[in-house]
Design a protein around this ligand. Structure first.
Ligand code: ZN
Length: 492
């Protein structure tokens, strides 16, 4: 351990030491530690391994704890080039707990929290047609409380990074995107907000009614504005923006083509997102209207690439899977929503075998009333086994998809998605010694096959978002009241 002075002006950070947990790192080597430790300085993981935390972390803890007026403590730097001043140390006994990377949700529509339980027995096109009129009445004042509800349920089920696809912007509806960014900030969650859009109304052959769509020019300008206003290109970013025309049946080819050109012309690695190949009806629509499958159509418009991810991708043939793999195009797998709307089961084992980036998503709450990302791991295992047999997907496969897979899909594998030194401290500590899981043979099975475990601690950038099963930064009762009121306003 080298004793070096802290850099002048270096801000002191909180050190968190978690010990005695079953640590599943989801690193490339698949390391797991039955009684392991993780040490976090500020936002960053600085140590992970088996057994107790290393001496330097504990020494610092004792020094800080015993000082009447804690002086900054130097960390015996193992990785960081700049010495860290430790303001105080929090020690967490993880006995009886499973520690995993925080879960990453790669596809949601947070505003749909306001329209759960509607069109319960419909397929996608009928479900959308039933909901568009209500969605066209949303405003920033109703979306904000709805987003808080959806984000809260996400956090309470282990989600640390939320990707939201918002594509309904009625005229005069206010600052909807700003209300979503505010909601994530309130809870302390990492947000990948997308500026979605629709410009193909029913009179032009699209599915949405004309009153629910924007002009192509307005959609492009608003997308550029959203990036300028909110997109943070930095490694620790809490908010990033992607550009996300809604789907082949609700936007024009011009908007898709120009949105791709726009995203790639902007600084800061702005990504592209849309829905693709969700249903057989969408396949039929694209074949009839364009003479192409959705993948062929999107490919021609510049919409395959390692800066693109698409939701669903249920109906991909072998050629489409090969194109996704060759271009590095990502997939957001949404098994509960696909079941709710009877869309089918995405070929996830084949996608993973081909090297396609795959993440997990709950999809919008109007087609997945649960909104829990944690339970989606179990759903992914079960759905893929129904399609592909007992070996099609393991619990650990699902955990990979929900963590490092999702980080790759969002372009953040360098800093998120696994428990490794140098990565950001987005972590979930699950209690697995309660009545639901005590005695289970494998703690990972507790999370991926059993009941969703109680969440003891959820960290984002090293800061607590959930503690002992409750939100740290907001009151759940107040959020529920806000949702009820917003739903009342929306229903009129
Ligand atoms: Zn969706």
């Amino acid at each position: 351990m080298s004793a070096v002075l802290p850099a002048a002006g270096a801000a002191p950070v909180i050190r968190t030491v978690i010990e005695n947990a079953y640590v599943v790192t989801v690193d490339p080597g698949g390391a797991e530690y039955e009684r392991g430790h993780v040490v976090i300085d500020g936002a960053e993981i600085v140590a992970v391994g088996p057994g107790a935390a290393p001496g330097w972390a504990i020494d610092a803890a004792e020094s800080a704890a015993s000082a009447a007026s804690p002086a900054p403590v130097l960390r015996g730097a193992t990785t960081a080039s700049v010495p860290t001043r430790i303001e105080r140390v929090e020690r967490v006994d993880g006995s009886g707990h499973l520690l995993t990377p925080g879960l990453i949700n790669t596809h949601h529509h947070l505003y749909q929290w306001l329209t759960r339980g509607v069109a319960q027995d419909a397929i996608l096109f009928d479900w959308l047609t039933a909901l568009y009129p209500t969605w066209s009445r949303i405003t920033a004042d109703t979306v904000g409380p709805g987003a808080l509800g959806a984000l809260a349920v996400g956090a309470l089920s282990g989600c640390t990074t939320m990707a939201d696809h918002h594509y309904v912007f009625p005229r005069g509806s206010g600052d909807i995107l700003g209300s979503i960014v505010d909601a994530a900030s309130t809870l302390g969650m990492r947000l990948h907000a997308t500026r979605g859009s629709m410009d193909l109304g029913a009179s032009q052959g699209g599915l949405p009614p004309d009153f629910a769509v924007e002009t192509t020019a307005d959609a492009l300008q608003a997308s550029a504005d959203a990036v300028a206003r909110f997109h943070d290109p930095s490694r620790e970013a809490m908010v990033k923006i992607a550009i996300a025309p809604c789907s082949p049946f609700s936007v024009t080819g011009d908007l898709l083509r120009e949105a791709a050109v726009l995203a790639r012309s902007l600084d800061g690695a702005v990504r592209l997102h849309t829905h693709g190949s969700e249903t057989v009806e969408e396949d039929a629509y694209c074949l009839e209207r364009f003479g192409r499958t959705p993948t062929q159509y999107l490919d021609e418009l510049g919409w395959l690439g390692d800066d693109v991810w698409m939701a669903h991708c249920v109906h991909l043939d072998d050629a489409a899977i090969a194109r996704f793999a060759a271009t590095g195009t990502g997939v957001a797998h949404c098994p509960s929503s696909n079941a709710r709307l009877s869309a089918g089961i995405a070929p996830v084992p084949q996608l993973l075998a081909a090297g396609v980036p795959v993440g997990l998503g709950v999809d919008g709450s109007a087609s997945n009333e649960s909104g829990q990302l944690g339970t989606e791991l179990r759903m992914a295992v079960l759905a893929n086994r129904l399609r592909g047999g007992a070996s099609a997907m393991s619990g650990r496969d699902a955990l990979y998809v929900a963590t490092r897979g999702g980080a790759r899909v969002l372009g953040r594998e360098a800093e998120l998605g696994s428990i490794e030194v140098g990565k950001l401290a987005d972590l979930a500590l699950w209690r697995v010694d309660g009545v639901e899981h005590a005695g289970i043979a494998d703690p990972v099975a507790a999370l991926t096959l059993g009941a969703l475990p109680p969440l003891e601690l959820l960290l984002v950038n090293g800061r607590a978002v959930v503690r002992e099963g409750a939100l740290v930064n907001a009151d759940e009762g107040a959020i529920a009241r806000g949702v009820r009121e917003a739903v009342g306003v929306l229903r009129g």
